[in-house]
Structure formats: structure tokens, C-alpha cells
Design a protein around this ligand. Structure first.
Ligand SMILES: [Zn+2]
Ligand SMILES: [Zn+2]
Length: 271
């Protein structure tokens, strides 16, 4: 299906796609072979192109034009997405699902423990009051405002299928392997793309926390995390994948391996 290929480790733009360059400069970037990052408002989703296309996480509603543009670069359209897999079902990870389901009949997969959250993506548990964060962490204000501009207040719930069993490869393009990593939500899973040594870490480990503006590997603040102690403990499961490249739900790729990312996140600890 993919008709556009860029040479590995190239730093030239290929049909608007950049590789090996500062990823904040372009909302659509090939971040690993046949893996495309789509970014808006510090929120990521990823296209995995294999014998079909899997969308990992579904961002915010107004990322739709970017999704269509990214698909266009590989000669595809929304109908060509075979499946959406969600690391978890917070509103900023399900924003494109409603349109994909109703206009393109795309199946959505999430761990059973986050299926209810997928239907009601704002009714999530968190340890700390969200309202105080922008006051204590002024650098988060810009990020949160951009999330609102990207449709963060208008996300519709969606029916998601289960069938996500930790350790068992999913029957989706890329054969993603769910990595059980609850704590941020009750059903959070990372996904390992075995062929590329790439780990989609979702919000179990991010490199930019929207709630504090903090950069570098870390768990998400208690404003949006259900159980920080569990989240920190379960980072071990991510580390055990030995993935070389970490692609988080928020922030840039981490290319120094998952073990060093987990070590840094544990050093930062709970916020
Ligand atoms: Zn989240
Ligand atoms: Zn998130």
C-alpha cells in the first residue's frame, strides 16, 4: 500500500515528511521505518504501515486534516485504516474515533478495563485536582489552550472492542503486542512493534507532560493519572521490552532506549 518511501536516517524532506530532524517543526513525521507521527497540541497519534494500516491512538478531533494528509502521503485514505488501537481511552486519545467509526467503520481496540472510559472519555479517575495545575505550572497553560483549540472539549465517546490481551500480538497490521502498563488508567497498555523495536508508550511514559509542561521522560501528573505509584512500578514492564525507540502519547520520540527513559521517569517520580 505505501507508495512513498524515504531512505532510512535521511534528513531530507520527502513529500513534506521529515526524517531525523526536529520533529516539532512538522506535524507529520516519519519517526521510524513505516511509522508516522501525527502531532498537534503536544498530542501524538501514529500510523503503522505494514500489510495494511493501524492507527495507534486517535488524538483530538481537529487532527482529522492532519490524519488525511498523512494518509495521503502514503497513497491511502481513511478507509484504508484497518484498525485503531488505543493505549488508553482518555479524551485526548480517542478524538478521531467517532468519525472513523461512523464514516469509515473502523474497528477500535482497547483493553477491557478502558472500554467504559472510551464511551465516556472525560469521566476518568485522577489523584489531584486539575484546576490548580495551570497556576502551579504556568508553562502548561499554552499546551492546554492548544489542546482546547484542537477540540479537546468536544470529544465524543465511542464503542470500542476488547480483544487486547497483554503479551498476545493483536491481529492488526504491524502485529502490535500489548504491554500491560496500568496506573495512568486502569486499562493502559503500551504497544510494541516487534519488527522495528519501537514501543508506543502512550501516557504510561511521556516526554512532555501537558499538565505541568515538564519535558523529558516521566509519568503524567496526578492531574490525569489514576494511580501514580502503580504507574511508576509498572514502568518495569515497558523496560522489559528492550525497545530502542519510544514513541509517547505526548512529546517527542525518545531514541536512547526504553531502559534509560524508565530510569529518568523514575528519577522524576510523581508530580
Ligand atoms: Zn492519558
Ligand atoms: Zn494523553
Amino acid at each position: 500500500m505505501p507508495t512513498v518511501r524515504s531512505p532510512h536516517e535521511s534528513t531530507v524532506a520527502v513529500d513534506g515528511l521529515q526524517k531525523g530532524v526536529d520533529m516539532t517543526r512538522n506535524p507529520i513525521t516519519e519517526v521510524a521505518d513505516d511509522v508516522y507521527r501525527i502531532e498537534r497540541a503536544a498530542t501524538n497519534c501514529y500510523l503503522v504501515v505494514d500489510d495494511g494500516i493501524t492507527l495507534v491512538d486517535a488524538g483530538l478531533p481537529r487532527m482529522w486534516p492532519l490524519l488525511v494528509e498523512a494518509l495521503g502521503h502514503i497513497g491511502a485514505g481513511p478507509d484504508d485504516i484497518d484498525a485503531v488501537v488505543l493505549t488508553h481511552a482518555h479524551f485526548d486519545h480517542v478524538g478521531l474515533c467517532d468519525r472513523l467509526v461512523h464514516e469509515h467503520h473502523t474497528p477500535i481496540h482497547v483493553h477491557d478495563r478502558d472500554r467504559m472510559l472510551a464511551r465516556h472519555p472525560y469521566t476518568y479517575r485522577h489523584e489531584r485536582a486539575r484546576l490548580t495545575y495551570p497556576f502551579r505550572h504556568p508553562s502548561s497553560v499554552g499546551v492546554l489552550a492548544r489542546m482546547v483549540a484542537a477540540g479537546a472539549l468536544g470529544v465524543k465517546g465511542v464503542h470500542a472492542e476488547g480483544g487486547v490481551n497483554p503479551g498476545q500480538p493483536l491481529d492488526v497490521p504491524g502485529g502490535l503486542v500489548p504491554i500491560w502498563s496500568p496506573g495512568h488508567t486502569a486499562g493502559h497498555c503500551g504497544y510494541l512493534l516487534p519488527s522495528a523495536g519501537v514501543l508506543f508508550s502512550g501516557d504510561a511514559l511521556v516526554t512532555l507532560d501537558p499538565y505541568t509542561g515538564g519535558r523529558g521522560p516521566r509519568i503524567v501528573a496526578g492531574a490525569a493519572t489514576a494511580d501514580s505509584a502503580m504507574a511508576l512500578e509498572r514502568l518495569g514492564a515497558l523496560s522489559a521490552t528492550g525497545a530502542g525507540v519510544v514513541l509517547p502519547g505526548h512529546g517527542d520520540a525518545w531514541r536512547a532506549g526504553i531502559e534509560s527513559a524508565v530510569a529518568e521517569a523514575r528519577a522524576v517520580g510523581q508530580r
